[in-house]
Design a protein around this ligand. Structure first.
Ligand code: HMG
Length: 407
């Protein structure tokens, strides 16, 4: 069997965040609801000179530079997003231009809410593995701005960011056999954004129920594909990363998995199993969601970056279970095997450093930034230069002849 997988990963998050203490004070909500009830502490705020395109290009440039990959080597460029900037022209084409990726490359955008990134990865792995030429490389990027209405229950779960992955043969980070993946999909209205709406419509509690239904469906499909009996799934994996719209969704998901996997255990036994396995398998992947919030398509892969950043080389040789969920709804559960030598990759992540370099904004600044209409958004060089950090290489500078301009 051809060894296909991911060779490296890079993340980009905007250089600003709103502390949840500020949001709680302004909304008259006890901060414990955000810190303990949702498990979130800071949310990324994207300035007006950044968008889904710049975040994608900023993540991808880091990836190309640290892997020494030339733009001409990329033969498939997939961008997954639900924060597209144009109904026709894909975010992927803007990224192709900014990164100077050549013309002999398949370039497209995928949308399926937060699940779109996984669809792009699985499709790219299948494309790489069935190709006769061994040097095929795919660049898969997930980029999103998670926005909700001001004052709505979803507001404290907002965030923004992009994750870029390099998919190829003989990968240096992790391998995956996509033929074993468990899938689940169903036509539901749990979270959706009709064309023209700037923020989604959300049936919050129902979305949690749909997520848990999809977890059950995708894991049971995975078990049957692998011939693993009920109650044996956790024995196959060392770490678990769930799609994380907010931190405690991972807790709800893991509790549900324990309940369905160990139906015959007593409530006390199940609680003990939950506590022990959550701390060991899930907790190391929570850094990003606590600090950044939901980044939709990239959320579960920000969990992967967090796990690698937190555990470092201890992840080498281990099996990671991944549950990807997107509203609407589509889901996939898969297991990847981490390579033995990941020292260079772990050192190159610099995620904590990026988080530490961010600056807080006030509640007023957050409201001002997110209240602007698209037409008002223009480049103010002075404003940008003072706040850009070394990770922000591309910025959006407004429109010229209805064409988005980037520098
Ligand atoms: P809410 O109205 O804030 O819910 O909405 P709540 O009142 O039930 O409070 C949340 C938790 O805080 C509860 O704990 C409360 O008890 C607790 P739980 O029962 O969940 O364990 N709480 C407190 N704790 C300590 N001190 C206090 C306190 N007060 C309350 N004083 C909801 C929560 C998640 C529904 C909302 O934020 C929302 O609508 N979010 C957006 C939708 C979402 O994230 N759904 C998750 C699954 S769907 C998904 O993941 C897809 C998505 O990423 C989109 C995509 O695919 O593109 C969203």
């Amino acid at each position: 069997m051809v060894d296909v997988g991911i060779s490296d990963v890079a993340i980009y998050v905007p250089p600003f965040y709103l502390p949840h203490e500020e949001l709680a004070r302004a909304r008259g909500v006890p901060v414990e609801k955000y810190h303990q009830g949702l498990g979130n502490f800071r949310m990324a705020v994207i300035p007006n000179w950044e968008d889904a395109v710049t975040m994608a290009a900023n993540a991808a440039l880091q990836l190309l530079e640290k892997t020494g990959t030339g733009p001409e080597e990329i033969q498939q460029l997939v961008v997954s997003t639900e924060s597209g900037v144009d109904h026709s022209k894909p975010v992927a084409s803007f990224v192709q231009g900014l990164l100077n990726i050549g013309s002999r490359c398949r370039v497209y955008e995928i949308k399926h809410a937060c699940y779109g990134g996984t669809a792009g990865i699985v499709h790219s792995m299948d494309w790489v593995s069935r190709n006769h030429s061994a040097d095929k490389k795919a660049l898969v990027i997930m980029t999103d701005i998670a926005r909700y209405a001001f004052g709505s229950p979803g507001e404290p779960t907002q965030g923004a960011g992009a994750v870029a992955l390099l998919v190829e043969r003989s990968p240096t980070l992790l391998s995956m056999d996509t033929s074993l993946n468990g899938v689940f999909s169903k036509d539901v209205f749990d979270f959706w954004r009709p064309t023209g709406h700037r923020v989604p419509i959300v049936d919050g509690k129902y979305s949690i129920a749909c997520y848990l239904m999809a977890l059950e469906g995708a894991t049971s499909h995975f078990r049957s594909n692998c011939g693993i009996g009920k109650g044996r799934l956790l024995e196959e994996i060392d770490y678990l990363i769930y799609h994380m719209p907010y931190t405690n969704m991972a807790k709800k998901a893991h509790r549900h998995l324990i309940d369905i996997e160990y139906e015959d255990a007593s409530p006390d036994e199940r609680e003990q199993l939950f506590e022990e396995t959550f701390a060991r398998m899930v907790e190391p992947g929570l850094l990003g969601v606590r600090e950044v919030g939901n980044i939709y398509t990239g959320s579960v892969y920000m969990g992967l970056v967090s796990l690698l950043e937190t555990e470092g080389e201890r992840v080498a040789g281990k099996h990671i279970g991944v549950f990807s969920y997107g509203s609407g709804c589509g889901a996939e559960f898969f297991v990847c095997k981490v390579k033995k030598d990941i020292r260079r990759i772990v050192r190159g992540l610099r995620f904590k450093e990026q988080l530490e370099k961010r600056k807080p904004v006030t509640f007023e600044r957050y409201v001002q930034t997110y209240s602007k209409s698209w037409e008002e958004i223009l480049y103010h060089p002075g404003e940008v230069e003072g706040f850009k950090n070394e990770f922000t290489r591309f910025v959006f500078v407004g429109f010229k002849d209805h064409k988005r301009q980037y520098l």
